[in-house]
Write a protein that binds this ligand. Structure first.
Ligand SMILES: [Zn+2]
Length: 121
């Protein structure tokens, strides 16, 4: 299975979750994405994932990703179950007690960006 197919299937699974599919970009956030451009949004995504999720943070896990009126990437993280290490383990089979690999970070970013692209349509 190629990575595009994996992402596509995962987004399908997520759309079946009432909780996950309840997250959407509002007008203001869509405007933000348009103004900043995807390239900058992707670089923000790397910053957030590397700073907040890469290293296991057991004390704060589940609270490191703000819920609303924040950055489009945070909303994408909730929509894609990439908000904390528990959700990454449960939804994406990424063990929570280890540092994320570059491949895992790239997978997460691809998923978040594809979700944002679909929201922008
Ligand atoms: Zn979570």
């Amino acid at each position: 299975m190629n990575s595009k197919k994996i992402i596509d299937n995962k987004l399908k699974d997520l759309s079946k979750s009432k909780f996950r599919s309840g997250f959407h970009l509002n007008k203001k956030m869509k405007k933000y994405v348009e103004e900043k451009g995807l390239k900058l949004i992707i670089s923000h995504a790397y910053d957030f994932i590397n700073n907040r999720l890469r290293t296991p943070n057991l004390l704060n896990d589940g609270k490191q990703t703000p819920m609303k009126q924040v950055h489009p990437i945070f909303i994408a993280q909730h929509a894609c179950a990439c908000c904390c290490r528990n959700c990454l383990e449960k939804w994406h089979n990424i063990p929570k007690n280890k540092e994320l690999t570059n491949n895992e970070v790239n997978y997460i970013i691809s998923l978040l960006i594809e979700w944002i692209k679909r929201e922008m349509k």
